[in-house]
Write a protein that binds this ligand. Sequence first.
Ligand SMILES: [Zn+2]
Length: 60
Amino acid sequence: MQRALVSEGCIHKSTRGSHEKWICPCGQHQAIVPNHKIVSPGVVNDTIKKLTCLQKGWLQ
Ligand SMILES: [Zn+2]
């Protein structure tokens, strides 16, 4: 997931505990992402929704 964020140009802003804050390239959207290897489908959908400016299908 973090790799997909980086390849879309998102910036890792900060880490709090096991969660990371990521900012999209346009700077208007942000998402809190758990830094586990396995991320639940609900978190994936939520991240896609929050980073709405990224093109469809950026995160599978
Ligand atoms: Zn954005």
